[in-house]
Design a protein around this ligand. Structure first.
Ligand code: NG6
Ligand code: CA
Length: 507
């Protein structure tokens, strides 16, 4: 069903002719902690990802596709709002009782799609806070996705290594028995409460750092909770849950247009894929979780085929940050790595502003519209808000999506289409930054406190200066700092980075 506003927009002469006839359904598939080198169409040899490979073969595979931050919460914040996360305080990794980080009524990619007449849903990991000033686990979990443009949400509230292990469906914890209320806190509720420290020998997956609070399903978590017993899920069932819920929702909206944000929890810790995927790779549960993620992608593709929607649906596949091996549990990822390179040719990974932290798999497919191939254009998850607004004919409010660029022609693979000429990348709290400009990459690491304008050029080996410059075509691994040999180029990028930080927008 299309709302009148869409019909109006579609008949409007100001829409690009190519897009006017059939506004496509849109599915954004975001993996969690999936690295550039983790899938076979990006060079992985230790495992196969046939579904993602098929998606790439039928679509456009980007070699400079990025997420905007090297952790989850800021990337998701930027993806939804189209604004760099460092511009809003408190957008680092959200804790279990964290409040909603995006204010009700804010313009988001979902509210834009809704304005275009789309049905909108987010299914999977949220990790952007719920409620204000904190989640009311036993009452209405509000504000949340439904207050910022989603018609439906079915969520894991934070990450699965954080408490609690329950689904949030729209405004409620699903299957919560009021006689067994759910309590969530950051301290053990009593002295004799069993934790990952006191019961360590009983755990089926030991922890390496943090992750020693409440034990659920034999795995200790960050934080503590009691109650909500009937609402708790099994880690092994998450992927099936996301896929089944998505299939049902797609079927209900097959007449379109729809916008689905499929926010996979794979391959975040605790990596506990379904039993049928366990042992499928030589890489341990980390590799098995990649295969499970690939299966999810395949199921979504099959669902589109079943309803003959593949030619009327744009799929964007991306990740929320780069790879990490030991992220708090002994799951064999380190020991079983072999010659697998999770970040491909890049240095760094999750938490880092080196390329491995944010340059990830990035694929677009819209059969019959996206030109299949490989693109070297720079595109980022933060650009999807503006680009999809352009695709669906919605005008962006002046003050919204302040760092989101319309790179739609590049996402479509149109001949001669350009991506971004520059892109700012941040770590979790916006302490360190990367700036990609053409073939150059500036790294500003560990500047203390609020990002400041910088006066002088120094290499990152200098404890005070913290800048390094890399020429990516020769040095994708960012090993050879050329800032001393290229002072003018370094200064130019520092000035650009300072200006981007100081301004409140870049669009
Ligand atoms: C870190 C956690 C890590 C992971 C990360 C968030 C510890 C020691 N480390 O604080 O395990 O949960 O936060 O990951 O607790 S993200 O992909 O959601 O950003
Ligand atoms: Ca992540």
């Amino acid at each position: 069903m299309r709302l009148p506003i869409l019909a109006l927009l579609l008949s409007s002469f100001c829409l690009p002719a190519a897009f006017a006839a059939t506004p496509p359904n849109i599915i954004v598939i975001m993996a969690d902690d999936l690295g550039f080198g983790d899938v076979s169409c990006y060079g992985a040899k230790a495992l196969q990802t046939p579904n993602i490979d098929q998606l790439a073969a039928e679509g456009l595979r980007f070699t400079s596709g990025y997420c905007s931050a090297s952790t989850c919460t800021p990337t998701r914040f930027s993806f939804l709002t189209g604004t760099y996360a460092f511009r809003q305080k408190g957008t680092g990794v959200a804790p279990p009782n964290g409040p909603a980080l995006i204010q009700p009524g804010a313009t988001t990619i979902a509210s834009l799609m809704k304005q275009a007449g789309y049905a909108t849903a987010v299914i999977g990991k949220w990790h952007l806070g719920l409620g204000n000033p904190k989640p009311d686990w036993n009452g209405e979990l509000k504000p949340g996705p439904l207050e910022i443009g989603f018609d439906l949400c079915h969520l894991l509230p934070t990450t699965n290594d954080r408490v609690p292990q329950v689904y949030v469906s729209d405004h409620r914890v699903l299957n919560l028995d009021p006689k067994d209320p759910l309590w969530v806190g950051d301290k053990a509720p009593s002295k004799d409460y069993p934790t990952g420290i006191t019961e360590r020998s009983t755990l089926r997956m030991d922890w390496t750092h943090g992750h020693n609070g409440t034990i659920h399903n034999g795995i200790a978590r960050i934080g503590f909770y009691t109650g909500g017993t009937a609402a708790r899920f099994r880690d092994e069932d998450l992927a099936d849950e996301w896929v089944n819920r998505s299939k049902t929702w797609i079927e209900a909206h097959k007449d379109g247009p729809f916008f689905l944000f499929f926010a996979s929890h794979d391959i975040h810790v605790p990596r506990m894929p379904h039993e049928r995927f366990q042992g499928k790779t030589t890489l341990g549960f980390r590799g098995d979780a990649i295969v499970e993620f690939d299966w999810c992608v395949g199921e979504l593709m099959k669902t589109l085929d079943r309803f003959k929607l593949a030619e009327n649906t744009l799929i964007v596949l991306c990740s929320d940050n780069g790879p990490v091996l030991d992220d708090g549990y002994k799951d064999g990822a380190v020991e079983k790595l072999g010659s697998h390179q999770p970040a491909g040719p890049f240095s760094g990974g999750k938490y880092s502003v080196l390329e491995g932290g944010t340059r990830t798999p990035f694929i677009t497919r819209w059969k019959g519209r996206v030109q299949p191939g490989v693109s070297e254009e720079v595109v980022c998850t933060i650009d999807l808000a503006s680009s999809l607004a352009a695709l669906t004919g919605v005008a962006l409010p002046e003050n919204a999506c302040r760092d989101s660029f319309n790179v739609l022609p590049a996402l479509m693979g149109d001949s001669g289409a350009k991506g971004r000429d520059h892109l700012l990348l941040q770590d979790n709290n916006g302490t360190s930054f990367g700036l990609r400009m053409g073939d150059w990459k500036l790294v500003r690491s560990k500047a203390k406190g609020k990002p400041q304008a910088t006066v002088s050029v120094k290499t990152h080996k200098d404890a005070a200066g913290l800048h390094a410059l890399y020429f990516l075509p020769n040095d994708p691994g960012e090993e050879n700092d050329v800032s001393a040999q290229k002072p003018e180029k370094t200064q130019e990028l520092i000035a650009k980075l300072d200006a981007l930080i100081a301004a409140d927008r870049s669009r």
